[in-house]
Write a protein that binds this ligand. Structure first.
Ligand code: HEC
Length: 129
């Protein structure tokens, strides 16, 4: 359907993401899934973690210049409570949810925060994302 990102990541002209995607999954196979703020990152920060090592991903998600100006508490809230992120555990019929249970993910993120949000040391291993 020639869907395009657009400068803000929310589509172009009348073909905005929200033309088809609502704030919840539509029931049924191949119908548009949805969550609040459905969209891609803007073109200025497109999928910036792609190809980075785990250590680089860790540093970039903590960097306010790259994470929408979030401090650590706001980053943890985004990771654990943002409805668009939460969609990954409820992606709708025919799509695979994130394999780690949400509760387990939240406790790992909070343990990381409590430990001072350390980053791993650099390795050559690229992130699987
Ligand atoms: C013209 C309607 C339409 C527009 C506009 C549209 N989408 Fe979709 N999108 C769909 C439909 C329909 C599906 C479900 C396809 C399926 O499951 O076979 C879908 C599925 C998706 C999926 C899930 C893909 C998967 O793996 O199942 C994502 C992510 C997505 N769209 C993102 C976006 C984003 C981001 C935008 C805006 C830049 C956008 N879409 C604009 C119709 C649209």
């Amino acid at each position: 359907m020639n869907v395009r990102r657009g400068p803000d990541g929310h589509g172009v002209t009348a073909e905005k993401c929200v033309t088809c995607h609502q704030d919840h999954n539509l029931v049924g196979a191949h119908l548009p899934p949805g969550a609040p703020n459905w969209g891609l990152p803007p073109t200025s920060t497109p999928m910036i973690w792609q190809g980075l090592t785990d250590a680089q991903v860790c540093r970039s998600i903590k960097d306010p210049k790259q994470n929408k100006n979030r401090n650590l508490d706001q980053l943890v809230e985004h990771l654990t409570e943002d409805k668009l992120v939460m969609w990954g555990w409820n992606p709708g019929e025919g799509r695979n949810a994130i394999p780690m249970p949400h509760d387990e993910f939240v406790s790992k993120v909070k343990a990381w925060q409590a430990a001072g949000a350390p980053c791993p040391t650099d390795t050559d291993r690229a992130s699987r994302l």
